[in-house]
Design a protein around this ligand. Structure first.
Ligand SMILES: *Cc1c(COP(=O)(O)O)cnc(C)c1O
Length: 403
């Protein structure tokens, strides 16, 4: 409950503001599916997949049950399993690494870039040049992590907070070594690197339609993209128990289908995706301007580091995350909460320090940039419907507390 009823509320995310103008269309889509009584795959899902493939400028799009399941099914399609290492950033949502673990593989965590908080390219490069060696096991050549004695099976870069990873650098490291790349684009639908949309660089792109994502369903849903027809067919098979034709199984798959209801709802929202991304970018630019004007930005000696975009990586701002001296972070969050302003910490504990990954031996101090980011970053309200007045209020309250 709001603690202070006198200040107007600024929510971290106001989904009702998006729902209101679309309500009639969404209700009609739901009614269409209920009237058809076709809930599993079928025309609604096929149409959604065709439409979103066009929007994302990718040849193949496969609807799945969630972003997490998109990661599991794509890694499985690449043959990832026991004895394999999957390289990913530590500063990300749990599912990035959870997918590899669920398949019996071992996540190997990398630190992040100080400015973008995306996976550190120098760290990845160092690892792939110094910590691996080529081995032939069972007649198959592969790169092996020398210390861990694991095959390097995939790299999963995350386009964190809506900003693309410099994919030219990732691909230049991975392609010549034959390491497949799975892009975790759950937070970055519609984002581009050098003009090309995320989900178009690696073997696969994985997207989430979790309700709070930039394109949100009314429940769980996700998407896999690929440029490779064979990989697309494999993922289609794996999302429905690995059967082809129906009731014949050459491999064990999953029940990872997207609901027809979610597909129908997403078809209503999809045409708005580009304008929503523009709206989020505009809000981010407005925050940058307000922080600079208030003398708060580190660019003019203030305490607030506003988001930094790498060249060629304009963000779609799934989150607008500021950084500040760590000692101030929690008290600022509490101050804003008292003023009815929503914030969140993404993420308070980097994955290499999670209890469930403690056995992997990447202890405290091993990934210092990620560990610092967990303590000094704070996400502010951002969504296309946010008003100038609300943004001014947020920045004024940040100024109140930090000055
Ligand atoms: C949301 C998210 C996921 C998982 O998506 P779900 O649809 O919630 O399963 C994976 N990776 C990242 C980076 C995410 O933000």
């Amino acid at each position: 409950m709001p603690e202070n009823k006198t200040s107007p509320e600024v929510q971290l995310l106001d989904l009702k503001a998006q729902y209101k103008p679309l309500k009639a269309e969404i209700m009609a889509a739901v009614e269409r599916v209920l009237d058809s009584q076709n809930f599993i795959l079928g025309k609604e899902v096929t149409s959604f997949e065709e439409e979103i493939a066009k929007v994302l400028e990718v040849p193949h799009a496969i609807g799945v049950s969630s972003g997490s399941d998109a990661l599991v099914v794509t890694l499985r399609a690449l043959g990832v399993g026991h004895g394999d290492a999957v390289l990913c950033p530590s500063f990300t949502f749990f599912a990035t690494a959870g997918g590899a673990s669920r398949l019996g593989a071992t996540p190997v965590f990398f630190d992040c870039d100080e400015d973008t908080m995306n996976i550190s390219i120098p760290a990845l490069s160092r690892y792939l040049t110094e910590e691996v060696e080529e081995r032939t096991v069972n007649g198959k050549k592969g790169l092996y992590d020398r210390k861990r004695n694991l095959r390097v099976a995939a790299v999963v870069p995350v386009h964190l907070f809506g900003q693309a990873v410099p994919m030219d650098k990732v691909m230049a490291l991975c392609e010549p070594r034959g390491i497949p790349v799975v892009e975790d684009a759950a937070q970055a639908i519609g984002a581009r690197f050098n003009g090309k949309q995320v989900g178009n660089f690696g073997a696969f792109g994985c997207f989430s339609f979790f309700p709070s994502k930039n394109l949100g369903a009314c429940g769980d849903a996700g998407l896999v993209t690929t440029r490779d027809e064979k990989l697309a067919a494999h993922v289609r098979r794996l999302r429905a128990h690995g059967s082809e034709p129906k009731y014949y199984h050459h491999e064990v798959g999953f029940n990872f289908r997207i609901d027809a209801l979610q597909a129908a709802i997403l078809r209503v929202k999809l045409p708005h995706l580009a304008s929503w991304a523009e709206g989020r970018r505009a809000k981010a630019a407005k925050y940058n301007e307000l922080f600079a004007k208030a003398g708060l930005s580190t660019k003019n000696g203030g305490p607030v580091k506003t988001p930094v975009e790498a060249p060629g990586c304009p963000g779609v701002y799934h989150q607008y995350v500021i950084r500040m001296p760590a000692a101030k972070r929690d008290s600022l969050a509490n101050h804003l909460k008292a003023k009815n302003i929503g914030t969140a910490v993404y993420y308070p504990l980097p994955l290499h320090l999670q209890p469930c990954f403690a056995n992997l031996g990447q202890g405290k101090g091993s990934l210092p940039v990620s560990e610092a980011a967990a303590l000094d970053s704070l996400a502010l309200p951002i969504y296309p419907e946010l008003t100038d007045e609300q943004q001014s209020l947020v920045v004024n309250e940040v100024a109140q507390h930090l000055k």
